[in-house]
Design a protein around this ligand. Sequence first.
Ligand SMILES: NC(=O)c1ccc[n+]([C@@H]2O[C@H](COP(=O)([O-])OP(=O)(O)OC[C@H]3O[C@@H](n4cnc5c(N)ncnc54)[C@H](O)[C@@H]3O)[C@@H](O)[C@H]2O)c1
Length: 449
Amino acid sequence: MKLTVVGTGYVGLVSGACFADLGNQVICVDIDEAKIEGLKNGVMPIYEPGLKEIVERNHEQGNLKFTTSIEQGVQESDIIFIAVGTPSAEDGGADLSAVEAVAQKIATNLNDDKIVINKSTVPVGTGDWVEEYIAKHKTTEHDFTVVSCPEFLREGSAVSDTMEPDRIVIGSNDQQAAETLDQLHQDFGAPIIHTDRYSAEVIKYAANAFLATKISFINEIANICELTGANVEEVARGIGTDHRISDKFLRAGVGFGGACFPKDTKAIVKTAQEYGYDFKVVNSVVEVNKLQKKSLVTKLKQILPDLAGRTIALLGLAFKPNTDDMREAPSRTVVKQLLEAGAEVKAYDPIAMEEAQEIFGDDIEYATDAYDALKDSDAALLVTEWNEFQELDLLRVKNLLQQPILIDGRNCYQPAEMKEEGFIYHSVGRPAVTKEDLLAFEEIAATGE
Ligand SMILES: NC(=O)c1ccc[n+]([C@@H]2O[C@H](COP(=O)([O-])OP(=O)(O)OC[C@H]3O[C@@H](n4cnc5c(N)ncnc54)[C@H](O)[C@@H]3O)[C@@H](O)[C@H]2O)c1
């Protein structure tokens, strides 16, 4: 089939490349000229495992084209995906200005009957609005239909999530369009869920709000564990083996970030508000997450109350491993808190350094690797659970730091191991190793009692 994907970001580029790999003719459109120029020359605008190969292969074979001309994209395809960003507006709702800009171009370039698919995450009713918008502004008599086909890929595993999705949701009020989209998606081999358009739009927000709720829930359980002396990992294991709960999304940590959960939780709260409904659960999820992002520095201040003039090593900047995305990343809150407290920050991330430089500029120091960040720092904060941070040479870490203080926001190490290695160690929802614990431990080791 002939497809155009408008918006060549995480969703648009990955979806476009995967559809091309399945034998479709795909045009990826973006307003960002540098991005399109780069892609034509094999430069990936984002880091995603496996993406470069699939893009290059299909670009070379001619299945995947890149252009800034949305006119060309609309005119040369039968199916047009809208995959532009829908960031948070000031009031917490979704900013649909990019969707509107695309709808406008579709309306004025309708040279044949088309299916318009909304893949961007948009509030319920946006399909109606896009339909009305195109109908009002179209300059020809050609027909079109608007379908909601929300995207569920995760950054860091976007290619495999797209190629092997858990399910595909097609929200269409038009039977014929739904059948065409069934055909388009059949090679993914996933269950297809057909719904009306409103329900498909709500499914996306409900899924993200539910997952975010699980994260904030386990983070609050972790806080209770810290107060009571329980261990959140044991608790998560104990509840996660219950099939009704499942063990996914039960890892306590420093809060969720990224391009989706923060904005989508706020947006569904806003939609509810617009309908006169107070979505209390998700409101709390958002509040809990804000506090959780601050928890690492709170713990650090318990050990080093005055951070002014201290150098703090930050391990991990991306909002999660295997991506360079720093949108709403917990590291941003942590850096802000540290700088406000007068500390110097020395940061390292395996992939997100360029991204970080754009955000923090000269406000922080950029290390060449984890050990460089740790060298002569007063303490270390582990913010993103990249594999390489889970396999650090702990003796080397201890020798490089001014003081052996590690605050682990992702529970990468075990408290007992850290005690043996001689670290003052705080993690999330598990017993901390304090200076007093270390002294007592050393005494026992010395006297053999
Ligand atoms: N990133 C994810 O993990 C993910 C997962 C599922 C759903 N989504 C949703 O998918 C949508 C896109 O997200 P993303 O992360 O890919 O965003 P992104 O910011 O990575 O990409 C959006 C792209 O759209 C382009 N764009 C903006 N206005 C345009 C216009 N008028 N014409 C052409 N291109 C335009 C931008 O230049 C950018 O390259 C959002 O609604 C998001 O919520 C994202």
